[in-house]
Structures are given as C-alpha cells and as structure tokens.
Design a protein around this ligand. Structure first.
Ligand code: MOS
Length: 710
C-alpha cells in the first residue's frame, strides 16, 4: 500500500477525464427531446418595452417558443408577497429595462442554430429614458451600502495622516474586469412532473442554486436537483443563480421539454457579473523613520440601479499594518449597468492594489526599502479585531520571496537598471484574505472490496477539490489514494457550502476528515482495538468477519468556538521583476515569485497551481484587462474576446510558487487556510510597483498599457 501524507503532491484524480474529454460539463449532457434557448438582448439602456413583434421568429423553422415579458408565465417567487422572494432582476416579469443587453426574449428551438437565427428576427419598440452609466459623472451619487458591514470605520483619529511629517495622498483606479472563465455559463433544465425540476448548470454552490430555484418556483428544495459535476472555471461568476437560469427553468416548464440555455461569449460580459470599476483614495501618513501614523482609505465602485452589490475593498487597510489611526469609507454608485459579482479576491484584490501601491510610493518618499517599511509596520496581532492571529507567517513570505526574486538586485533609484535596451524593475505587493469555514457534511461508505466512497455536495471550479479530499481521506484512513473515490457536484449529496471565499478545503476537508475518523473508530472497535488506535487495518477483511455488506455514516463539521478567539487570514507577498521598453512602453513580466502563507498545504501540486493561476489573473489585471464602456450608448465597446485582452501563454513568465506550509492550529483539524483568493491578492500592486522601479513612472490607473508609459 502506498502510504500518503497530507501535503504530498497527488496528481488530479479527474485529470485524465478532463484531458481526454471524458469529463462531462453541464452543457454536454445529452437527453431525448433537448431544446435550445437563445437570449435576445435589449438595445436600449433604460426605459420600457412598449411592443414586441415575435411573429417572424415564431414562424421561423424549428422554433418552439418565444418567451417575452408579454407572454412569459409568471415566476411565483417574483410576485409580491412570495415566501422568500427572489432578489435582483426579475427577468421577463415586466417591461422595464435597466441596462443595455438585458434579455428581452428567450427563443427556444429544436437546434441552437435555429434558435440563434430566430432570435435575430425578434423586434422590439421601446420608450427609451435617460440613463446613467458614467461612473465619474455620478461619483457624488455614491451611497454606503445597506447592512452594517460597510459603515464608516474609524480607529483612533480620522484623517490622522494629514498632520504626519511624511504624507502620501493619491487616487487609484481599477476598471471593470470580466471573469471570463473558459466554460460559458450554461444551464439544462427539465421538469419531472408538476413540482419537480432537474438542472445541469454551471454553479459554485449546489445548495445555493437549489435554494434559488426552489424560491423562484416556490418548490420544496428536495424537489430541486442540481447537477454540476465539472465546472470550467468561474472565479466568482457562478456564485449565484442568475435570472436567465430561472428563465430556462420557466421555458422548460412551458414546453414540458428539457431546455439548454448557453450564454454567448458577448453575453458573458453583461449577464454574469464582473469586478466593478473602482476609484480609491489612499492617504498615508508616516514618521520620518517609516512608522505609519495614519491610513485613510476611501473606495467608490459602480453598482446596478436594480440591485446593490458591495465588497470588502477597504478591509485590508483596517488590519494589514500596525497603525493607531485608520479610517475607511466605502460607497457604491448605482448605474444603468448589469450588477457586479464577486471576482477572485473580491474586494481585497482591489483594495490591496491601492494600499500596496501607496505604501510603495511612501517607501520612495522615505528613501526606505519597501520590505523594510512593511516590517516596520508589521503587526503581531489583529489591530482591528483586537485578537491574536491564529497564525501569520508574512515575515517568512517577505524573506523567502525577496531571496528567490533576487531583491538585492533591485535598484533603489528608479529607472537606473538596464538590460540591453530594456529598463528593469522589481516590485512587491501583499495581501490577506479571511480564513473561512462553513458547516459541511460528508457521507462515507466502506465497500466490501475495502474501497471507500465519500460524498458531499461541494462544487469544483477547477482547483482540484476531489483530489484534495482523496488525499485527506487516504492520509486519515491509512489507505492508498487509488482506493478512495470522492464525489461532488450533486445537490442530493450531504450539505456543502459554495466554492467561494476560499473555504472548500477548510470546510469540506474538515467534514471528510471527521467522517474518516468516525469510520476508523468504528472499524477499530469492531476489530477489538482501542477506538483511537492507529494500527494498520485491512478494511475488507473486517467487513467479512462481521458479515457486514458495507459500513456507512455521515459526519458534520463546523467552525469552533475556539477559532473565534483568533483572527484568521491567509497572507501573501507577491514579487515581480519586469522589463519595460523605454520607446514602446511594452511591459514584460519577466519573473514572478508568489509566496503565500495558507496554513498547511494539502496537495502541494494543485496548491502551487493555484498560486500560478492567481499570478496570471493578476498579470491580466495589471497589464491588460479593462471592460470599456461607451457612455453615449451605455454599452461595452470591447465586450468580446477579440477586443478584451486577457493574458496568453506568451505573456506569462516563469512563476515560482512558494507555500510557507505551516499548519494553523486553531481553525480546522487539517490546519489549512484558504488559497484561492489570496493567490491573486497583491499581484497587480507588485507589477505596478515594479513598473515604477523600472521607469520612475507611477501608474495609478489599471491596466498599465504602453500608452501610459510613453
Ligand atoms: Mo470566489 S470570488 O469566492 O469565487
């Protein structure tokens, strides 16, 4: 038996299925009678649909239905007085248009091509109204979001930075960015009788999708079955059930046939959220020896007029550095745009770009090394919550990253280091992200052949969830990985949280761990061993000896009271070496070193992949990604993959991933902190700071395109 330990690099258990095309994604399920839905977007940005002509579309070959706000069956959860009413856009419920691209019809046909053609025949007339999509013009309309979480924060004195001897006060801009996972958003829905529905859909939360569909159609959640076994990336865009998914379920009910609704790449820009355009003001005040006297962080970001979106953009400034005075403010500006959504490192990635850029600016003003400045303001306890950290190895991140990137070669004077024609610079950016853990259940089954099956309704958007769970189970049971199967992606499995907020290993992993311990104890007692014996056992023999067909049990795990005595975050220090061409302004990220304290590493191989993926996302954020609005029409001018740039292989350098790999003893039995979000947080600042080091040009608005450097 190959003994395996937590932390060993295990190949992805579903890797072969994925690379050979045998992994079935939501849109790939075949079933008799499948029909195809295509959405028709509104061409105005605000107003009312006064009439629609759908006759030509209805007559078009193969068309089965054209659903519009004028003929759509009512969704019960959209109606006033519904129990658990659906929040946000109530698609096809009335004729109001809130943003350009909002669907006005769903055409369903026998083939995708027939539906696409018929969709082009749908005509609408509108009563257009004035609209607001210009963030800058509406900046002063910003409001503090509902709910206490986002109210103004003050520790010590507000705006204390203003009276400090050394001051930085700057604005930083981050444009809207689109998640753009490889897999399009897709839903197949069909009804099994009057009150039972099944969906194959792209989701990061089986339970959340189940609840959303149950609420929309006022069904017993047990009668809503969600399948989402493989997800081709999401980055936060599949953390909720979107209105078009409800529409697919509605159409399937109307037709009494399965309906598959796939968004186009262009629709992915308008219908499934994005990281919102944000302007942040940072004020830093310091003593001449580099001690922070005050931090002020104010953030404004865009939101939708029909639904408020908020994120924790100013949170990092409240606790990342040790300073007596901090004040933060967060506002959102409602516009005629689609609603944003969490996007990898939601809030923190945005906030750390501003904070870590400002800190870099301060370091030059103080004539101090940026790492030394961070060390000078290092905090050994959480100054915001006034709690000890459950674990923090950020100093180790600084040190190991500096060593690997060759920080000693960083020029202290900007624009002073060259390699041939190219200017060379080094930068650092840091971040933190909450260690989350949610209530989770796992069911474990020991089969007669001694193999083990474990199930939980978790989601996997690509990080290797099943692989991590197999590893945890194998290590806990003392079995080889090949003897364990972990199944996820089905809402009929035991309760599991969203794959969001970097909580999967801490939550699902803890439940799997608990289930394995319980199974082992049961086997121990059957074998006459002490309950907590760690002796190797032959599982199948014990079943036979006791004449048992199988053993099955379910365990639940949740965060503990003890964990609440600590403040828990993952920490990152990202390092970049960039080359900038002085004539063309081209930026090449030459090397990146990503160093993350994410607690105990469960699978070094997939964890390192997360760090590399986050670095790539951060390179896109720093240098390429920008969804550009034309405010005359209220729509994107680059809402497609030809014009919206994401990094490709040629843009990606050697990324070295380093994990500190020290267990956090308080937050879960595995000792793992989250890794998904933290991998991105700090990267954009590291690159922007390296660009300054290379060129002496401080770019405070992303992306750093060549025009800004020449
Ligand atoms: Mo992450 S933005 O919680 O998918």
């Amino acid at each position: 038996m190959n003994k395996i330990n937590i932390g060993d690099p295990l190949d992805r258990v579903d890797g072969r299925l994925k690379v050979t095309g045998q992994a079935t994604y939501s849109g790939e399920y075949k079933m008799p009678g499948l029909t195809y839905g295509v959405l028709v977007p509104a061409t105005i940005t605000s107003g009312t649909i006064t009439a629609m002509n759908i006759a030509a579309a209805q007559r078009s070959p193969g068309v089965l239905a054209v659903m519009t706000p004028f003929n759509a069956p009512k969704v019960p959860g959209y109606q006033p007085g519904a129990a658990n009413p659906v929040k946000g856009l109530k698609l096809f419920n009335d004729q109001k248009i809130f943003f350009n691209g909002q669907p006005i019809a769903l055409v369903v046909a026998e083939t995708f091509e027939k539906a696409t053609y018929a969709a082009s025949l749908v005509k609408a007339t509108y009563q257009a109204e004035p609209f607001e999509t210009d963030f800058y013009r509406n900046f002063d309309q910003g409001v503090i979001p509902n709910g206490g979480k986002y109210k103004d924060y003050i520790r010590g004195h507000a705006d204390a930075y203003k009276s400090a001897p050394v001051i930085i006060e700057q604005d930083y801009m981050l444009p809207s960015e689109i998640h753009n996972p490889m897999e399009l958003h897709v839903t197949i829905a069909f009804w099994e009788g009057k009150d039972k529905v099944v969906l194959y859909t792209k989701t990061q939360g089986l339970m959340r999708s189940q609840t959303a569909i149950a609420n929309a159609f006022q069904l017993d959640p047990a009668n809503v079955r969600i399948h989402s076994r493989f997800v081709g990336g999401a980055f936060g865009s599949a953390l909720r059930t979107w209105p078009h998914e409800v529409a697919a379920v509605q159409a399937a009910k109307m037709l009494q046939r399965p309906v598959k609704l796939t968004l186009t790449r262009e629709q992915m820009f308008t219908l499934v959220g994005y990281r919102p355009l944000t302007i942040q003001k940072i004020g830093l005040g310091a003593s001449p020896d580099g001690r922070l006297i005050g931090i002020t962080h104010e953030s404004h970001s865009q939101s939708a007029i029909y639904e408020e979106f908020s994120e924790t953009a100013v949170a990092v400034s409240q606790f990342l550095y040790n300073t007596p005075n901090v004040n933060t403010r967060y506002k959102v500006v409602p516009l005629n745009v689609g609603v944003p959504a969490p996007m990898r490192g939601p809030g923190e990635a945005t906030g750390s770009f501003a904070l870590e850029s400002a800190l870099d600016e301060l370091s030059y003003q103080l004539n101090m090394d940026p790492i030394e400045l961070r060390l000078k303001n290092y905090t050994d306890a959480d100054p915001q919550r006034n709690l000890p950290w459950s674990s923090k190895y950020l100093k180790e991140c600084y040190q190991q990253g500096a060593e690997r990137i060759g920080w000693d070669k960083r020029p202290t004077k900007p624009a002073s280091l060259r390699d041939g024609e190219w200017l060379v610079g080094y930068g650092i950016g840091c971040g933190a992200f909450d260690s989350n853990r949610s209530r989770t259940q796992a069911k474990i089954k020991l089969l007669p052949d001694g193999t083990v099956n474990i199930r939980s309704a978790a989601s996997d958007i690509g990080p290797g969830t099943a692989t991590a769970m197999v590893l945890i189970a194998a290590a806990t049971l003392g079995l080889s990985a090949g003897n364990i199967v972990f199944e996820l992606g089905d809402s009929s499995f035991p309760l599991s949280p969203n794959q969001g907020g970097s909580r999967t290993v801490a939550s699902v992993g803890s439940a799997v761990h608990a289930a394995c311990i319980a199974l082992k104890q049961k086997i121990n007692s059957l074998s006459g061993l002490a309950v907590d014996s760690t002796a190797a056992i032959d599982y199948s023999t014990i079943l036979q000896q006791h004449n048992l067909p199988l053993l099955e049990l379910t365990q639940e795990s949740d965060s503990t009271e003890e964990a609440k005595q600590y403040s828990s975050y993952s920490f990152s220090a990202q390092f970049a070496q960039v080359y900038v061409h002085p004539l063309t302004g081209q930026v090449k990220v030459k090397r990146m070193v990503a160093v993350v304290d994410a607690g105990k590493v469960v699978n070094y191989k997939t964890a390192a992949s997360q760090l590399i993926g986050g670095a790539i996302g951060g390179i896109g954020m720093a240098l390429m990604e920008e969804a550009v609005f034309d405010d005359r029409f209220g729509r994107y001018v680059n809402g497609n993959f030809a014009d919206y740039h994401v990094p490709v292989n040629a843009d990606i350098p050697d990324v070295e991933a380093i994990l500190i790999d020290k267990p956090d003893l308080y937050i879960n039995p595995i000792g793992a902190k989250g890794i998904g979000e933290i991998s991105l947080i700090g990267v954009a600042a590291a690159i922007a700071n390296a660009v300054y080091n290379a060129t002496g040009k401080r770019i405070r608005s992303l992306p750093i395109t060549p025009d800004k450097l020449i």
